[in-house]
Design a protein around this ligand. Structure first.
Ligand SMILES: [Zn+2]
Ligand SMILES: [Zn+2]
Length: 322
């Protein structure tokens, strides 16, 4: 199936709305009335990795369904990124800061969790009146409660003027399988492989008639294709090139991780194989890890060795409407 991608730059290049226009031939399917009024959206708040790349914030995205944002991962600056999308009027009025109230963590690496204090505190200051709901692997409770403990003085001083519930949090340590359901979404977790000795999860969201799968950080595993199985959107990490990880924030390039261990990330070639098995309606690459002189063109070429379907590479503040 052939698609054209449409990119609309709304404000000085800061926010790009991405939508798929289908098909080139044949009638377009009629959108459901509810979807037309307020379609499900995916907002990429941060697409970066652990290196200090000033162009890419820490990993975080929001899936917005019927006006409610569901966060996946809470990397650095996620609340300001949400405010950027809200304030720029990119059709995401639902991404108000005080509406950030539920998050699903794929794993507890810092590039996916440095925004925890941001998420706990700033939406509360902005008027959140419900406890923050956190879902994630073993350790998410400690991360949430530890954040409250670390900011105890700030919370004590501000509490007189703010809603008491908005600074509470409920952390849910999960196992693979269905983990959450409300009137908008059903969320299933599946185990992926990202280092030894701890849990890492991917998630499948069935939301507003759309199916969205997020791999999290993982080496190549069958569970991703099984979870997707023709899903509307597969959001997957990728790494390209050889040698040290390219770090634009650090003049001395350095190795990260254990080069002799099992792959904790998915090469672009492997991602192409996974996408070919998963056959998503759209593959979106995020959390791209660049080694040495590997380029984005290299990455796309390597994916294309095995996958010919619709594909894009997410940048910070991209908005995708499945
Ligand atoms: Zn990561
Ligand atoms: Zn990681």
């Amino acid at each position: 199936m052939k698609i054209r991608m449409k990119s609309v730059v709304l404000a000085a290049g800061a926010v790009t709305v991405l939508s798929v226009i289908l098909p080139a031939q044949g009638p377009a399917p009629a959108p459901a009335p509810a979807a037309a009024a307020n379609p499900t959206k995916i907002v990429f708040l941060g697409t970066g990795v652990a290196v200090a790349d000033p162009a890419r914030q820490g990993m975080s995205l929001a899936i917005i369904v019927n006006g409610k944002p569901y966060l996946v991962d809470v990397g650095s600056s996620l609340v300001r990124q949400a405010a950027a999308v809200y304030n720029l009027g990119a059709g995401v009025a639902d991404l108000r800061v005080d509406a950030l109230q539920i998050a699903f963590l794929t794993h507890l690496h810092s590039d996916h969790t440095l925004g925890m204090a941001d998420l706990v505190l700033i939406p509360w200051l902005s008027g959140r009146k419900l406890p923050l709901q956190l879902y994630g692997p073993t350790g998410v409770k400690n991360l949430g409660e530890g954040t409250l403990a670390a900011y105890k003085e700030d919370i004590r001083v501000r509490s007189n003027a703010l809603d008491k519930n908005g600074i509470k949090l409920e952390a849910h340590e999960i196992h693979p399988g269905p983990i959450y359901e409300d009137q908008n979404v059903q969320v299933k977790a599946f185990a992926v492989r990202h280092g030894a000795g701890w849990d890492a999860f991917g998630y499948r969201f069935d939301a507003g008639g759309k199916s969205i799968v997020v791999s999290g950080d993982t080496g190549p595993v069958d569970a991703v294709a099984e979870a997707c199985n023709g899903c509307d959107v597969l959001i997957h990490e990728s790494e390209t090139g050889e040698g040290p990880i390219f770090d634009p924030g650090q003049p001395v390039k350095h190795m990260v991780g254990n080069p002799n261990g099992p792959a904790g990330h998915t090469s672009s070639v492997e991602l192409g194989k996974i996408a070919a098995k998963a056959h998503p309606k759209t593959l979106i690459v995020t959390h791209w890890i660049r080694h040495g002189d590997g380029s984005q063109d290299d990455m796309m070429r390597e994916i294309r060795q095995n996958y010919s379907g619709p594909m894009m590479v997410a940048r910070d503040l991209d908005i995708f409407v499945p």
